[in-house]
Design a binder for this molecule. Structure first.
Ligand code: HAM
Length: 403
């Protein structure tokens, strides 16, 4: 028997119903916010992720499904969606159009991580990317939208926010951070020591308890924000306060992808164990330019579908559609055109085997049908069909042509 690869999963029955419910709920809410669907390839040039997610990030450094294709191209299965969408945005020259563009997407992402609860090698995201809007109102609106999606799915969350500054405030902060980290270098872990040289901001994100306790005293970016970033961040927190969306400012929230500037956020759940992030995102005002487009402000997020799968409160399943059955072989054939016609308006389960009445009623129950419609010898002779509403229990026999 061939099983799926480690860290990859089949989605069937109950789980796939949850998956569809999550995606349809998220789509319907994102459409109300003006997002339209975008689909980009799963396979992209490796250089795309190196330039956007960042060479020093764990995703690019350790976790890429990267290989050479038969044509000798260095390609990679996308580890996340934003890079490909920005590439598509630039490829289609949308960066040269004055209109704002908003896209939603969902699909599989691939990261060669060590599988554990909540951490897969193939997982799915639903995400949104908004291009062309520099106002912090858009950051607020996106956070509101994610809260609405989680509310609609019955999922509780905690929200963490931070500002990662911009090209004006980041360099001064980085300098101060590096000098402070260099002072405690000997006590920090190996990973942190490497990061001081490659990407010092990521040191703040270290999961090592000892490092975290040493970092308490290190400079906080929030205290170095420039004349533009500081009021924007204050505005965002004021807007969230006003809207009654609770949040925690987490000055160590740096995100694992290098393209962020200004607002960064994460939605976490305390009900799913160590891998608690259920959504993440933020502003990436410089990424379009990094990928050779015209400078375009942008902000977005992605929800990890598998992480919220168990948390979703599924709507009550109601009886739905029609079960069609026959008591004689001839009657089965008479039901074929009935099924085709009825399928134009509702779900139909057609039983191909002729059976007794009781057996058909059981069959209708099994598929949770609202109506059970049967043709026996008498009905076939009279050109009628017997139908029962399994909710109201009403039953009647009607002419087939009027059915
Ligand atoms: P991310 O934080 O890397 O952001 O991923 C978003 C979400 O995907 C996480 O919060 C988590 O729920 C889920 N996730 C990540 N890795 C795994 C995994 N190995 N197994 C299961 N679930 C996982 C991004 O990917 C950005 N592209 C989000 C974004 C969009 N930022 C701006 N626009």
């Amino acid at each position: 028997m061939i099983n799926p690869l480690r860290g990859m999963k089949d989605l069937t029955f109950e789980e796939s119903a949850r998956f569809v419910h999550i995606i349809t709920t998220a789509i319907s809410i994102s459409k109300k916010y003006g997002y339209s669907y975008i689909e980009t390839p799963i396979l992209e040039e490796t250089g795309l992720f190196k330039r956007s997610v960042g060479e020093s990030s764990d995703i690019v450094g350790k976790e890429m499904y990267q290989f050479e294709d038969k044509g000798g191209n260095d390609v990679c299965m996308r580890p996340e969606g934003t890079a490909g969408i920005v590439r598509a945005f630039v490829s289609a020259k949308l960066d040269r159009q004055p209109v704002k563009q908003k896209f939603y997407y969902y699909g599989p992402m691939f990261r060669y991580e060590r599988p554990q609860k909540g951490r897969l090698r193939e997982f799915h995201q639903f995400g949104c990317e908004s291009f062309g809007e520099a106002s912090v109102y858009e950051d607020f609106t996106i956070i509101t939208m994610i809260s609405q999606i989680f509310d609609a799915l019955g999922i509780g969350f905690d929200l963490k926010i931070n500002s990662l500054g911009c090209k004006v405030c980041m360099p001064t902060y980085k300098e101060n951070l590096i000098s402070s980290l260099t002072n405690i270098k000997e006590e920090l872990c190996e990973d942190c020591n490497r990061r001081i040289g490659t990407n010092p901001i990521r040191v703040l994100d270290c999961k090592n308890g000892k490092c975290q306790s040493l970092l308490v005293e290190s400079p906080k970016l929030i205290n170095y924000l420039c004349e533009e970033c500081d009021p924007d961040f204050n505005k965002l927190t004021a807007l969230l306060d006003k809207a009654g969306i609770s949040y925690e400012v987490d000055s160590n929230l740096v995100r694992g992808l290098d393209y962020y500037s200004k607002t960064a956020f994460e939605f976490v759940s305390n009900e799913i164990g160590a891998q608690s992030a259920i959504a993440g995102g933020g502003r990436y005002d410089r990424l379009v330019e990094f990928l050779d487009g015209k400078p375009t402000p942008a902000v977005g997020f992605a929800i990890g579908i598998e992480r919220i799968m168990e948390l979703v409160q599924m709507p009550e399943v109601k009886r739905d559609g029609m079960y069609l059955g026959a008591m004689t072989e001839e009657a089965v054939e008479a039901l074929l055109p009935v099924a085709t016609a009825k399928r134009l308006e509702q779900k139909v389960t057609l039983e191909y085997n002729s059976k007794g009445f009781k057996s058909h009623m059981k069959g209708a129950d099994k598929v949770n049908a609202r109506y059970c419609a049967l043709i026996g010898e008498d009905e076939l002779k009279n050109g009628t069909i017997w139908v029962k509403d399994l909710e109201s229990k009403e039953e009647k026999t009607v002419l087939l042509e009027e059915f």
